[in-house]
Design a protein around this ligand. Sequence first.
Ligand SMILES: Nc1ncnc2c1ncn2[C@@H]1O[C@H](COP(=O)(O)OP(=O)(O)OP(=O)(O)O)[C@@H](O)[C@H]1O
Ligand SMILES: [Mg+2]
Length: 375
Amino acid sequence: MAEISLRRITKAYGAHVALPALDLDIEKGKFVTLLGPSGCGKTTTLRVIAGLETTSGGEVIVAGQTVDAPGAGVFVPPERRGLGFIFQSYALWPNMKVGRNVTLALSERKMPAAEVSARLAEALAKVQLTGLEDRYPSELSGGQQQRVAVARLIAARNAILLMDEPLSNLDAKLRTEMRTELKRLHRELQATTVYVTHDQVEALTMSDVIVVMKDGVIQQQGTPYEIYHEPANLFVAEFIGDPRINLIEGTVGSLAGQRVLQVAETGLVLPLPAGVSPDAPGAIAAIRPENIVVHPQPSPGAVAAEVDVVQPTGSQTILSVSVNGVPLTVLVPRFERDLAGRKLWLSFPPEHVRFFDTGTGQRLVPASLAPASAA
Ligand SMILES: Nc1ncnc2c1ncn2[C@@H]1O[C@H](COP(=O)(O)OP(=O)(O)OP(=O)(O)O)[C@@H](O)[C@H]1O
Ligand SMILES: [Mg+2]
C-alpha cells in the first residue's frame, strides 16, 4: 500500500509552473529517490509532501490521511504530518550547540534523559562527529553542519524521512561512507524514505525505486536496474550512466530478410529486435560504453575503430574512439596505458542495444511489450 500518494499535484510559482500534474505513489518502507537536473522540481515535490509548500491543485495523502487538497480546503501543517526531514539548506539552530540541535525534537517528545543521551551518542557516532556536541554550528565546516542535520534525522527515528541532497557538501570519501550509513539506517529503521539528489551514483547505489524527473514531469519510475538497463526514453538513457551512453543514428532497412538499423558512415548493421518496426525511416540505437566488445584483431561483424583519447581511472579505462569519423565511448574494465592511436575492432551485442524513436525520443519496444496506454 502506498504510504505517500501525490494525485495530480500542480504547483505554480506565479506564472512559472513547477509541477504541471504530478502523480506519484511511494510504498511503505521503500527508499525512493527523486532524480533529475537542476530546476526539474525535486525540492518542490519534497516540500509539497512535507507541507512547506501549498499546492495549486490535487491531493497529497500521507499514511492514509489527506494532508493537502486545496479543492476540499484541507491543509495539514508540516509539524502534524509526522515526518523527519533534511532540507537542501540544512537549517540548524545557530544559537544551540550540536547536541541540542540533534536532540531538540526528542526532548519535546518528553523522552527520558538517559535515552536522549544514548540516541545522541549513537547518532553522532554514525555521522563521525563524536566529541563535537558542545560546538555551535558556526564553529563547524559546511560538511560537518550537514552531518549534524543527518544525525538529527537518525536520532528522531521517524517512520517517514524526507531528505533533500543531504550529502551535497561532503567530500568524496565521506560521501561514500555516509551513503553506506544512510542505506544501513534505512535497512534498520525500515522508514519510508524520499531522497532527492541530482547525483546518479547516489540514486543508483541507495534506492529501491528511482523517479527520474524533467520539467516537473516524471520520465520514468523503476528500480535502479530498470532505469539503467531499460530506459524509457532518450532523456533517461542519457541522464543515467557515466560515461554517457552512446547514441548512434541510423536508417531502417533490411538485410538477408532481417530488419536492421544501418549506419552508412560506419558500415555498422544492428539487427532490430523482433516486433520493433519504427514508423520513421530512421531510429537511434543506444549502447552503454561498457557493453561494446573490444577485439584486438578483426572479428566477424566487428567494425574497425581508431583510438583517439585514453583515460584510465584506475580500475577502468575510458576510450574515446572514432569509427570512420563517428565518435564513440568505450569503457574497458582494466587499466590501459598504450592504446592511443591504435586500431581496434568493436562489436555491439544485440542484447545490449536499445532503440529509440528519432522524433519523440521514446524507447521502441516490441508491440507485444508496449504499455496498453502511454497517455
Ligand atoms: N519560491 C520560488 N519562486 C519561484 N520559482 C521557484 C521557487 N522555488 C522554485 N522555483 C522554480 O521551480 C522550479 C523547480 O524548482 P526546484 O527547487 O523544485 O528544483 P530542483 O529540482 O530541486 O533543483 P536543484 O537540483 O537545483 O535543487 C525551478 O524552475 C525553480 O526556479
Ligand atoms: Mg533542489
